[in-house]
Design a protein around this ligand. Structure first.
Ligand code: URA
Ligand code: ZN
Length: 397
């Protein structure tokens, strides 16, 4: 196996660049960073980004904005390369003019953050840091401004794509107003990293104090599921078949629900008639991070992605039901082929250890061990998920 394919690449890792953190400090309403005096006059900063942020927000510190801290974290966990993205809620809460200016500045800042950072010791042509940029996706932004940001990102050599939330320009990602943006992103070959922020209606969480648990464990993945399903149902992937969409948190619940989705579509002719393929086909066109924390979940997601090959036929020309010879294709082969669309991630700097700052982060160890223990993945598949797949997807090396 070539040494480069053994590199560990973190595709899901965040930061608030200094310019963004300053903006959060200047705000009186969520999202904001608030500083409070603690013992002995020391100041503690806390991050409030969720509307119903429980427990007075989360402690926030240098690991959110300092490049050295990111590199130290990478070294501690044996991570060679990180693809850094701004954490939620991006620019969602700003006016069009503010979002436009800040997207432009933050994309340049992120390019600088990556390009002036170190290279890999054994591969001087590979940097340790790359990035996903930002678009000013807010209501009332002009299409031209969005297209300018796509062009800006595509010209910045260390930005390999862009992160986006689920709101689009206010009407979600199934909004036809976004068609020119999908077209431009597809043409530029940029990867879109789709990430949640809003969760689902917090009325579903009841009255008990469950901290962030329900929102992060269930609300976040379900938000991603809804957003990408709406894209599928509105035909985005039929119109832009080369669009490369990476889903946070292993696609939320889409893998688990995709056959149910296909069945519901089949029973709704108006929806079925506007799609070129069975719903399960589209999962084979998507990319999934491996931030799922367990080997069974990773194996399952790769099964479902691999199975998409059975639905390659165009629904309007062929039966959507899988051909029996393909059904007999070995499950192991499908699992292995599904793993090629999966990528290690950490979600740093979220989910830190609560006690010592010295130890390895359990959340990272869990995700690495899950890859190690994923049933049916060959050593080559595992090396791919740890890093080789990301290097290939992002054309690094
Ligand atoms: N919490 C967040 O707000 N964002 C993440 O990406 C992870 C945890
Ligand atoms: Zn994240």
């Amino acid at each position: 196996m070539a040494a480069t394919t053994r590199l560990i690449v973190d595709i899901h890792t965040h930061g608030y660049l200094p310019r963004y953190a300053s903006m959060l400090r200047s705000r009186a309403v969520v999202p904001k960073i608030v500083s409070t005096k603690v013992r002995d006059g020391a100041v503690e900063e806390r991050l409030h980004i969720l509307n119903d942020e429980p427990s007075g927000g989360r402690p926030v510190g240098r690991q959110y904005w300092d490049r050295d801290e990111k590199l130290k974290f990478m070294d501690k966990h044996g991570i060679d390369v990180s693809i850094v993205s701004t954490a939620n809620p991006w620019l969602d809460f700003l006016s069009a003019t503010q979002a436009e200016d800040l997207a432009n500045e933050l994309n340049d800042d992120l390019e600088q953050f990556c390009s002036t950072g170190p290279s890999l010791a054994n591969h001087q042509n590979v940097k340790r840091l790359y990035g996903f940029g930002l678009l000013p996706l807010v209501p009332e932004i002009t299409t031209q401004s969005l297209l300018q940001s796509v062009e800006q990102i595509s010209k910045l050599p260390h930005l390999k794509g862009l992160i986006m939330g689920t709101k689009g320009v206010g009407n979600g990602l199934d909004d036809e107003a976004l068609d020119p943006v999908w077209a431009a992103i597809e043409k530029a070959g940029l990867v879109i990293f789709l990430h949640p922020h809003y969760g689902v209606d917090s009325n579903a969480w009841g009255g008990k104090d469950n901290g962030h648990v329900l929102q992060l464990a269930l609300g976040f993945p379900f938000e991603t599921t809804t957003a990408v399903t709406r894209m599928i149902l509105s035909g985005v992937f039929d119109r832009y078949p080369r669009l490369r969409l990476l889903l946070a948190h292993s696609g939320g619940t889409l893998p688990q629900l995709s056959s149910r989705l296909a069945s519901c579509i089949d029973h709704d002719p108006a929806v079925a008639s506007r799609l070129n393929h069975d719903a399960r086909y589209y999962l084979g066109k998507l990319y999934f991070d491996a931030v799922a924390y367990g080997p069974e979940e990773l194996g399952f997601v790769s099964d479902v992605i691999g199975r998409a090959e059975r639905y390659e036929g165009n629904k309007n020309r062929e039966s959507s039901s899988p051909k029996s010879n393909i059904i007999k294709q070995a499950a192991a082969q499908l699992r292995s082929s599904g793993s090629k669309r999966m990528f290690f991630g950490t979600d740093h700097p979220f989910f830190p250890p609560l006690s010592s700052t010295e130890e390895k982060w359990q959340s990272v160890v869990d995700n690495l061990e899950a890859i190690d223990a994923a049933e049916g993945w060959s050593e080559e598949d595992k090396a791919g998920v740890r890093g080789g797949n990301a290097l290939a997807l992002l054309n690094i090396l």
